[in-house]
Design a binder for this molecule. Structure first.
Ligand SMILES: *Cc1c(COP(=O)(O)O)cnc(C)c1O
Length: 394
């Protein structure tokens, strides 16, 4: 008779197979066991037809990877612990000392910070380009350029770029560049639902699953998707070397969110369009940024390339509204909470100082507030905006 300590680990009971619930089981593993030494030696994790170690994937992570690849219209997906980790992984997978990367001036801020710190320290230089001017990108691409980041729309200021025009510039230079150039889209806003990134020609699409696919504001995760297998292997093998693993319970949370994602995206899109249009008519407001609003930069391109929009809009206040009043407006909001991130159930707002974040001159003297519209009733949210605007009018 084995000791109880042993029996509790090596128990002979095996639950009957054939269990079939709606949701994917949560497999959690560092160790995966093998039936024999031969099996251990033969096991191949590279093509997802076996299991070797938790970091290399479980049935739970493989399932989410396949669903995210489908969502994006791609073929291969690598999961990482956050959206920012996905940005970093792509940089590590494709760049070497001596290479240069190009980033839109209105990119997600931490993408630029990473370029200015670790990338710089590792001998990888960067330049910022104006994503609304393909000629500016053309002038900044050089023989050193190895990777070009794209983002649609830009972070916080929400200019919608002409992605096909930018990709055409990259492709025309890539032929002359001996090492080629990889185009990478931060597709968190489009999320695979507003447009198909690969149909527009991007090589790699990155998403913060933290946003729409999760939808819960309670989990961090990122994905890197490609259509090309060689590019996927470059990303995936790099990930196996740096060891960005994801936890089974977190993957389960994203799988649960993913089931309602298309409905949430559409519902939040409708509320966001209604609220941004309404805000445009308010006397304290100079301009509202939302790609679906006529007059917002890149609106015509959005109209041509997209079938939907995410839950973000930004309000630029008139110059006579001082920053202290903008802050009072934000503090007065009850349903819109102050907090980072977006695409969760709860509406959020953050005031930003754009000029401090950009190389290009920002021509607006008034303050800017970025809103993320949640799943609350749009009329309750409008009433909240109304009472907060009244505070600063008084
Ligand atoms: C949030 C976000 C990220 C980073 O995602 P995290 O999971 O928070 O690291 C990257 N890009 C964009 C556009 C984002 O909005």
């Amino acid at each position: 008779m084995q000791d109880l300590s042993t029996q509790l680990i090596h128990h002979p009971y095996r639950a009957p197979s054939g269990f079939s619930g709606v949701n994917v089981p949560v497999h959690r593993a560092s160790t995966v066991t093998f039936s024999s030494v031969a099996a251990l030696r033969q096991r191949d994790w590279k093509h997802k037809n076996g299991y070797t170690y938790g970091l290399h994937g479980t049935p739970t992570t493989f399932t989410l990877e396949e669903r995210i690849a489908t969502l994006e219209g791609g073929r291969f997906c690598t999961l990482v612990p956050s959206g920012l980790a996905a940005v970093a992984l792509v940089n590590m997978a494709f760049l070497q000392a001596g290479d240069e990367l190009l980033i839109p001036d209105n990119a997600y801020g931490p993408n630029k910070t990473l370029a200015e710190h670790e990338m710089q320290a590792w001998g990888i230089s960067h330049r910022y380009y104006d994503p609304m001017d393909p000629d500016d990108l053309r002038q900044k691409i050089s023989a050193k350029t190895r990777l070009v980041w794209l983002e649609a729309p830009g972070s916080i200021t929400l200019e919608f770029p002409d992605l096909p025009a930018l990709i055409a510039v990259i492709k025309s230079h890539a032929l002359a560049n001996p090492k080629g150039i990889v185009s990478v889209l931060d597709n968190t806003w489009g999320a695979g639902l507003a447009f198909n990134a690969f149909a527009l020609g991007v090589d790699v699409s990155v998403q913060a699953l933290t946003k729409y696919p999760s939808g819960g504001a309670d989990v961090l995760m990122g994905s890197v998707v490609t259509q090309d297998e060689a590019l996927h292997h470059q990303v995936h093998f790099c990930n196996m070397r740096v060891g960005y693993g994801v936890a089974g319970n977190d993957v389960e949370a994203v799988l649960r969110g993913l089931a309602s994602m298309t409905l949430r995206y559409r519902a939040q899109d409708a509320s966001t369009r209604a609220l941004s249009l309404w805000m445009k008519g308010q006397s304290a407001v100079a301009e509202v940024r939302h790609p679906a609003l006529p007059g917002s930069p890149g609106h015509a391109t959005w109209l041509r390339d997209c079938t939907g929009a995410a839950c973000l809009f930004s309000v630029i206040f008139k110059p006579d509204i001082k920053q202290a009043q903008v802050d009072l407006f934000c503090d007065s909001l009850q349903l819109f909470k102050l907090g980072y991130s977006w695409a969760g159930p709860m509406s959020l707002c953050v005031p930003y100082d754009i000029q401090s974040m950009r190389q290009q001159a920002w021509p607006y003297p008034g303050g800017l507030v970025r809103f993320s519209v949640g799943l609350e009733s749009a009329s309750d949210l409008q009433a909240d905006l109304t009472q907060a605007l009244a505070k600063i009018a008084a």
